[in-house]
Design a protein around this ligand. Structure first.
Ligand code: IDP
Ligand code: MG
Length: 227
């Protein structure tokens, strides 16, 4: 799996090609989008034959960092996912709030109902385990998984600590699993367990160009400074 992942990482287009990729999706432009484009062209903004709705969504601040940032730096990234039970139980906001309030930066977010194939690839390292089939069924149940990429100092290790032990009965009471869960089969959240896993998982869930956004929070100095 990591070998395949490495191939995909190598194949990730350079930032300079993001615009070209976005233009290629012009055929998906909606009728309303086309009308808007025509109006803009009339206004002298650009040619309607080139612009599209997709173009209008092109990230202002394209992400130039490696997928998982730089290990051990302020740009380190982790993949966090609220599993279907977390979504069903209305815990999405509470989980996001914990990471926001800790001082981490959200650089990617989407709701996705994963296919069986995606669930199998994500948990590839567990395929020999007896609970694998049930795990894949649970993740690909059709209820949205809230997939996220968070960035900041030591975010991989801290994210795991904030999430708590795999078995919620062993999770510290203040951790996410320790506060909201009691069953290992329904532990509401996933977090990358090392830098290599973060690279693999971010590539799997957010590997397309333009899916992550590099931005600078206004309060960055108040959160990151070591004086
Ligand atoms: P992690 O999520 O804390 O990294 P892993 O060992 O990587 O834990 O297992 C992945 C997921 O597989 C767990 O979060 C849990 O949903 C599920 N799982 C792990 N062990 C068991 C088990 O013994 N029974 C049922 N499900 C399990
Ligand atoms: Mg794991």
């Amino acid at each position: 799996m990591l070998a395949r992942s490495a191939l995909r990482l190598a194949a990730r287009p350079a930032v300079a090609s993001i615009k070209a990729r976005t233009f290629a999706t012009a055929s998906r432009a909606t009728a309303a989008g086309s009308r808007r484009v025509a109006m803009m062209a009339t206004a002298g903004v650009a040619s309607a034959s080139v612009l599209s709705y997709a173009y209008l969504q092109n990230p202002v601040s394209a992400d130039a960092k490696p997928l998982a940032g730089v290990k051990g730096s302020n740009s380190e990234r982790t993949f966090i996912a609220i599993k279907p039970d977390g979504t069903q139980r209305g815990l999405v906001g509470k989980v996001i709030t914990r990471f926001e309030e800790r001082g981490y930066k959200l650089v990617g977010l989407k709701a996705i109902a994963p296919s069986k194939e995606l669930a199998e690839l994500h948990y590839d390292d567990l395929k020999a385990r007896p609970f694998f089939a049930g795990l894949v069924k649970y993740i690909s149940s059709g209820t949205p998984v809230i997939a996220m990429v968070w960035e900041g100092k030591d975010v991989i290790r801290q994210g795991r600590a904030m999430i708590g032990a795999t078995n919620p009965l062993e999770s510290a009471p203040g951790s996410i699993r320790g506060q909201y869960c009691i069953s290992v089969g329904r532990n509401i959240i996933h977090g990358s367990d090392c830098f290599e896993a973060a690279e693999k998982e971010i590539n799997l869930w957010f590997g397309k160009a333009g899916e992550l956004i590099d931005w600078t929070p206004a309060n960055v100095e108040w959160i990151q400074s070591d004086n």
